[in-house]
Design a protein around this ligand. Sequence first.
Ligand code: HEC
Ligand code: HEC
Length: 214
Amino acid sequence: MQRTHRRASTCWLAYLSAILSSTASAVPEIVAAPEGLRQCVVCHGVELTGNRSVDAPNLSVLSTWYIERQLLNYKRGLRAPHGSTDDLIGREMQPMAAALDDESIVSVLAFAERVPERAALVTMMGDVARGAKLYTSCAACHGVNGEGNQSLSAPRLSGQSDWYLARQLENYQTGARGAEPGDIWGAQMRASVAMLSDEDDIDHVVSYINSLSP
Ligand code: HEC
Ligand code: HEC
């Protein structure tokens, strides 16, 4: 009687420890920001998934070639240039990018490569069918699934924070982004947003982008 009881409790212990170890291994470890880059996650969120309360976009879905180019654009003043008050939110990235030397940029790109890709939460509800029609011209550069196209320097859009995409489209429209001499890729986007002429077109096209998954 007693032997059976002891065997039962040993089984129970083995079962419990199996559950505990499987739970432990099921919790994925967070990819921590490297030394010297903790400030990035303060705004862009743990694993760089974005943070609306400080207007910081989701970097986890972006390719490293695009992240590198934008950091250099901020540094060189092609994006949110010094002294300009047109893009105050963009200006928040200025000192962050300016402080990065070549080695830190390599470190940023390695970190961005390691974090898992996570789509941002959907916050905009426009007319998706209307957005799909508008998106046909965008697809030529950004891809039918919004996956981006390095050979055309067009970034991935799917999974990006929708409020951020909408703000960038407005920035291209007003010239707060893409109007600096020498910003050839920004200039292409300035030409492309001209077709979003109705008031709600940005809402519609971004809502359609929300429905894409590459
Ligand atoms: C004070 C908050 C803050 C910090 C700290 C910060 N960012 Fe940003 N970041 C932003 C905001 C806000 C934007 C959107 C700016 C805009 O609209 O141009 C942004 C935009 C970016 C973009 C452009 C993304 C795109 O889709 O074009 C990159 C790349 C980026 N940040 C990388 C970094 C890296 C790397 C660090 C750390 C070295 C960092 N950021 C630190 C707030 C921050
Ligand atoms: C001729 C090619 C081309 C077309 C067409 C085009 N884009 Fe772009 N898009 C680009 C390039 C290149 C960039 C990078 C620009 C830069 O560096 O500022 C870009 C950047 C963007 C960004 C900024 C993303 C970020 O992470 O900051 C958004 C949003 C965007 N495009 C949306 C659209 C939408 C919506 C359309 C259709 C109305 C469109 N694009 C049409 C080439 C294109």
